[in-house]
Write a protein of this length. Structure first.
Length: 489
């Protein structure tokens, strides 16, 4: 009560004098000494750099009578009248997204899902001038794309450092939701380092490499590809997706509920630089397999005290950067280039490290810390198909990993879809039902499980159910079906 009274007394004289109450308000709210929101100047600076992207996609359209013929009309016609050529029906669809200019000579960053599959791209500026855009490269793994328009002397956005943001920082999102050009929304950074989020993009399950900034600044369909900006007017993220009441969506028809996600600009800058220099994205590689984290029992066994950090190396690939640096099995990697690491962030940190960069790696071995130096390499071509970073999902007292992960390789898994049980507690309900380490989960309830995004989706759907759910499994050449309730009492 006393504090409120003091604040009121500070405000009243200022109001009587016709001056904005500088001290009392600016000390608690984001308002300038002139009584204006700092976002006013930020919007004025950034708005000319934000563009609308119109993407035209030509798709095959299924003929309604296909169901009657049991195939396509072409199949039917060719059976009886081969002299008639194939009959094709194609339709052009248009989609709208956002982007922002990052150089005076017309480079533009956006989301890959905005431009994926497009036969024609048109960029519209704030002054309503339109230009045809060329795709310089796209990376579905991070959902980043780089476009170019043939114009000089353009205003461009300043890029910040997304590593410096903190939860609670004010941010502004700019984009073109629902074709409302140049819309500004404001919120805060709600969370950082969001990973393993199932997403419903049209071209698949969403980016495999995830390190999202979560914000409550309103993001809606059409905002995808637009900038997320800090109070300095610097872009710190690229708006990518929203959480809806049912699922994630990159460009769906549902609206904002206060949970949006943006790709960190540091990740986007690495992708942009690679696309310009190499015409593809180069990802760093260390060459180790590791477990799902240092448990309390492992920590006690090795004399390691911090169970919140570190990864335990289970194997080292021959000829890899790790082997050349002297990293061994049972080493606990603790820091990478001065950053603390754990099983959740390690894969992302390594693959975003520039090739040939020499990195100091702090390790714990024989109950003592030491530092080794690794020169980051690129994964050999023959191993590229397993380049998806290892992801671990915590549910049902078991860890699962991608069938393309190094852990799955260690378990000798030879399937192309599903998720692999990497570890399971013996007291878990899933264990009692018959699930074991090395099993491949292919279906949960009525959901086919092809990857970790599908698994996360099943987790969201069935995580709170109290009725038995069917799990379909592969165990070697055999198949199995078990059922149990995830919330059995």
């Amino acid at each position: 009560m006393k504090r409120s009274l003091v604040a009121a007394l500070l405000v009243i004289p200022a109001l009587l004098c016709g001056e904005p109450p500088k001290t009392a308000i600016s000390g608690s709210l984001p308002i300038t000494s002139e009584g204006k929101s700092p976002f006013v100047n930020i919007a004025k600076e950034l708005m000319p750099t934000v563009v609308s992207i119109s993407a035209e996609k030509t798709v095959n359209v299924k003929d309604p009578i296909s169901e009657f013929f049991g195939g396509t009309p072409d199949d039917f016609l060719r059976q009886f009248m081969p002299e008639l050529g194939p009959r094709k029906r194609r339709q052009t669809l248009s989609g709208l997204g956002s982007g922002f200019i990052i150089s005076e000579d017309g480079y533009i960053l956006t989301n890959n899902h905005v431009i994926s599959g497009a036969s024609s791209l048109t960029v519209k500026m704030m002054d309503e001038k339109e230009y045809k855009a060329k795709v310089m490269g796209g990376d579905p793994v991070t959902d980043i794309a780089l476009l170019k328009i043939d114009v000089k002397g353009l205003p461009y956005a300043r890029l910040g450092n997304s590593d410096e943001i903190e939860v609670g920082d004010w941010v502004m999102a700019i984009g073109n939701p629902f074709q409302l050009f140049g819309t500004v929304t404001v919120g805060v950074v709600s969370a950082k380092d969001r990973r393993d989020i199932g997403m419903g993009y049209e071209d698949g399950g969403g980016p495999k490499i995830q390190d999202f900034i979560q914000t409550d600044a309103a993001i809606n369909p059409g905002n995808s590809g637009g900038p997320l900006v800090n109070l300095k007017g610097e872009v710190i993220g690229i708006n990518a997706a929203i959480k809806t009441s049912g699922s994630m969506t990159g460009s769906g028809i549902v609206g904002n509920i206060g949970i949006g996600f943006a790709v960190p600009i540091n990740m986007a800058q690495k992708v942009k630089s690679d696309l310009i220099q190499y015409k593809e994205v180069k990802r760093g590689w260390l060459g180790v397999s590791y477990n799902g984290g240092v448990t309390s029992d492992l920590a006690e066994a090795y004399g390691f005290k911090d169970t919140e950090a570190g990864i335990l190396v289970t194997s080292v690939f021959a000829g890899s950067p790790a082997e050349k640096a002297g990293i061994k099995e049972e080493d606990i990697l603790v820091e990478w280039d001065g950053k603390k690491i754990n099983y959740k962030n390690f894969a992302n940190i390594v693959i975003q490290t520039p090739l040939n960069k020499k990195i100091a790696v702090k390790i714990f071995r024989d109950k003592a810390f030491q530092t080794v130096f690794v020169t980051v390499g690129e994964k050999p071509a023959e191993m590229k198909e397993t380049a998806e970073p290892q992801r671990v999902e915590k549910w049902l007292d078991m860890d699962v990993v991608s069938v393309k992960s190094q852990e799955a390789e260690r378990l000798n898994i030879k399937v192309s879809s599903g998720v692999v049980v990497a570890n399971i507690d013996e007291g878990a309900l899933a264990y009692e039902a018959g699930i074991r380490t090395g099993d491949v989960i292919t279906k949960i309830g009525n959901k086919e499980i092809k990857n970790l995004q599908d698994y996360e989706s099943a987790h969201s759907t069935y995580g709170k159910t109290k009725v038995p759910i069917v799990f379909k499994l592969k165990r070697g050449d055999a198949k199995a079906i078990v059922a149990f309730s995830p919330n059995q009492k």
